[in-house]
Design a protein around this ligand. Structure first.
Ligand code: NAD
Ligand code: MG
Length: 401
């Protein structure tokens, strides 16, 4: 059972890549952290297994229908099962919760994250989509409630650490590193033909499918640029991207005197996850360590905005703000899912996003309900575009034969 000084951790998305790494950090913490609540959407057998191992106070099966159909008879006696979005909100804002690790993928992570922010919790934020969709509202709410939002995303953790090297007014710019993904050296012609299986093979990181595809299109860097703007209150011209294939330098901060401060560690998310939980303390970490007894080469190259047009959307959307992030995120989620299903081509992901951004009714200062309406609208519009595009492709193929 948890000791007195032990901190209660809620892991939203406990069965995912970040969720599993978080449980590793908790296991290695020797009782400093207690997994107070764990959530999952699908793969409820994994959630049950985690509940049996960790004996949390709560588990949340966020898909009501799936929760209903599942056999919970072996759930530990001290663990209470909650369901749905209400369950996520309840554990995220529970009075005994100290830290919420927000590791649900996509817009689905929004409600739990907002509940944690509203309740003034420490939020270890992996779910970048919350800031992409509603960064202006999340940061405002955190300022009001006293919630701390600490980055889990490795780039943002690096920036957070590097910013400590100087005064805020002396920051010239922040440079996000990107691995370049599996298609870094592909020609346009090759990119036209890549498959979902190829996109899912990331060269340096092992992650969930959505973010892995985002890394391949480099949409991930666009989402991260928007995330950085909100986390660190930067202007768009202070944000840049550099390709660094080794994923060892996780990002850099340039100060006005021309000094760059970087953070380095092997690509292992347990490091930034743990730091977001222990900060300002640092403790030994189960993550892989950098071994300088082996030769390591680090290289940097400018990104190619022509082959990876999704990258262009970062500055555009960060600059325009308002409703742009919400519709971009929704269009991207739909397009990635359809690409993974083999329905559209890799290069169509950007085209869906471009279309939806151009067509959407822009507003500069939307409320959350409006953003969620536009999220739904953008999903519908994306599906319409895809259906129409598929029909045209079919017609063309017919007329060609
Ligand atoms: P994942 O697909 O491995 O796991 C997703 C988790 O969310 C699972 O526990 C799943 O049950 C849950 N989930 C999925 N759909 C849901 C829904 N509709 N409602 C509630 N829960 C749902 O994803 P991941 O790679 O762990 O990524 C999680 C988040 O962390 C993403 O926002 C991603 O961008 C971010 N992130 C991940 C990494 C990484 O290394 N994996 C790095 C940086 C940031
Ligand atoms: Mg990242």
């Amino acid at each position: 059972s948890p000791s007195k000084t032990c901190r209660n951790v809620v892991v939203l998305g406990a069965t995912g890549s970040i969720g599993c790494s978080t449980l590793d950090v908790i296991r290695a913490s020797n009782g400093e952290f207690f997994p107070f609540a764990l959530s999952a959407h699908g793969r409820l057998d994994d959630l049950l297994k985690a509940a049996i191992e960790h004996q949390p106070r709560f588990i949340v099966a966020s898909d009501d229908a799936a929760a209903e159909a599942f056999d919970w008879s072996t759930l530990p006696e001290g663990t209470t099962l909650l369901t749905g979005t209400a369950g996520l909100q309840k554990v995220a804002s529970h009075p005994e919760t100290d830290i919420v690790v927000s590791a649900i993928v996509g817009r689905a992570g929004l409600e739990g994250t907002f509940a944690a922010i509203e309740a003034g919790k420490r939020v270890a934020l992996a779910n970048k989509e919350t800031l992409v969709v509603a960064g202006h509202l999340a940061t405002k709410l955190a300022a009001e409630s006293g919630a701390e939002i600490l980055p889990v995303d490795s780039e943002h953790s690096a920036i957070f650490q590097a910013l400590k090297a100087g005064r805020e007014v002396d920051v010239k710019r922040v440079v996000l590193t990107a691995s370049g993904g599996p298609f870094r050296n592909f020609t346009q012609k090759q990119l036209d033909e890549v498959t979902a299986a190829e996109a899912l093979k990331h060269p340096t990181w092992k992650m969930g499918p959505k973010i892995t595809v985002d890394s391949a299109t480099m949409m991930n860097k666009t989402l991260e640029l928007i995330e950085a703007k909100w986390l660190f209150d930067l202007s768009v011209d202070q944000l840049d991207v550099v390709v660094h294939p080794q994923s060892i330098v996780h990002s850099l901060v340039e100060f006005v005197d021309g000094s760059f401060v970087a953070q380095m560690s092997p690509p292992d998310m347990r490091m930034p996850i743990q730091l977001a939980m222990t900060y300002p303390e640092r403790t030994e970490c189960p993550a892989r360590q950098l071994d300088l007894n082996q030769a390591i080469s680090l290289s940097f190259e400018p990104p190619d905005y022509e082959r990876f047009p999704a990258l262009k959307l970062g500055k555009e959307v960060a600059q325009r703000g308002g409703t742009c992030g919400a519709v971009l995120n929704a269009a991207n989620e739909v397009a990635v899912a359809q690409f993974l299903e083999g329905k559209i081509r890799f290069v169509d992901i950007y085209r869906v996003c471009r279309h939806v951004l151009d067509e959407h009714p822009f507003e500069s200062n939307p409320e959350l309900t409006r953003l969620l309406e536009l999220d739904a609208w953008a999903r519908e519009e994306s599906n319409k575009w895809i259906t129409c595009c598929l029909r045209q492709a079919k017609d063309q193929a017919c007329s060609n034969t």
